[in-house]
Write a protein that binds this ligand. Structure first.
Ligand code: SF4
Length: 296
């Protein structure tokens, strides 16, 4: 049976940074214990962002049900969610660090809640809107795509698909392509139109101290280009998967040492000890293998 590659922005980001880490996290069949390890070795900062996202979704869902959160409830929920995330780490963190993270989370969240679209939803400006589950996937061909927006809001006959990126990242040339994946996702779900012009896309991400919104108008051509990128990614992932299956030692390592520093597999990967030496050793291994096969 042919392998179904799962595509999401997180998977793609990791694949581009380090194919070996991608394989160990998502493609290695006997590495189920690695998932727990991955969860518990996340950096406290990432856990703080995860807690914020959890609170954002909960608060939006309550808003949809007509429930408003008081500042005290928000503070309590944020603290609880952050504590829950930190409890997953083996050694926890110091109280002062926890309090600093909590302050960051509350500050960023307060700014996020002032975003235009959220204010409009609070003011009940739109009658039809949904909070969506980012873990819901759609199947396209032989790929499973995780590209759900966080919010879908119907504004004057157009569906505005909105994604919140908690992890701040500089602008990339592929931002529009990645945003278009939300259209691919929606077109493969019941209840959304098929025409690209019926959508408008927004990504709201933290950059340089502010929440910035990027807006894109998808077209048939731009969505088609995005699908080609997705197919290209999935093909490359499939190749790495096959390669890793036959010999883990030859899987490409990280492009920069920075990736290794926060990698949950660093303790059992030569790249985690010294990426430069690990790369040299890998090249030698490859040469040895080429030499051996040329003699047979
Ligand atoms: S330690 Fe570095 S090279 Fe090894 S899997 Fe992690 S990111 Fe990749």
């Amino acid at each position: 049976m042919e392998l179904k590659i799962e595509w999401s922005r997180t998977r793609r980001d990791l694949f581009l940074k380090c194919p070996r880490a991608w394989y160990l996290r998502y493609g290695y069949p006997t590495y189920s214990s690695g998932i727990n390890e991955e969860q518990t070795s996340r950096r406290p900062w990432d856990l703080m962002l995860r807690a914020m996202k959890e609170i954002l979704v909960e608060r939006l869902e309550d808003l949809q049900d007509g429930k408003q959160w008081s500042p005290l409830l928000l503070e309590h929920q944020m603290k609880y969610s952050l504590q829950k995330q930190i409890n997953q780490t083996p050694n926890g963190i110091k109280k002062r660090y926890f309090e600093a993270l909590l302050r960051y989370a509350n500050h960023r969240f307060a700014l996020l809640w002032r975003c235009r679209i959220i204010r409009q939803l609070e003011q009940k400006k739109y009658a039809c809107w949904y909070v969506l589950d980012r873990t819901e996937s759609v199947s396209i061909g032989n790929q499973r795509i995780y590209a759900s927006p966080d919010l879908a809001v119907l504004i004057q006959n157009k569906w505005h698909l909105i994604r919140f990126d908690m992890q701040g990242a500089p602008k990339k040339s592929t931002d529009e392509c990645e945003a278009n994946m939300m259209v691919l996702w929606a077109k493969n779900r019941d209840g959304f139109p098929q025409s690209e012009s019926s959508f408008r896309l927004h990504t709201i991400g933290w950059r340089r101290g502010f929440w910035h919104t990027e807006t894109f108008q998808p077209t048939e051509h731009s969505v088609e280009q995005s699908y080609k990128l997705l197919e290209y990614d999935c093909k490359a992932m499939l190749e790495v998967h096959r390669y890793g299956h036959s010999n883990l030692a030859f899987l490409p390592l990280a492009t920069t040492e920075k990736t290794c520093e926060s990698c949950s597999f660093r303790l059992r990967c030569p790249g985690g000890v010294n990426l430069v030496i690990a790369r040299q050793e890998q090249t030698l291994l490859e040469l040895e293998q080429q030499f051996a096969s040329s003699k047979t």
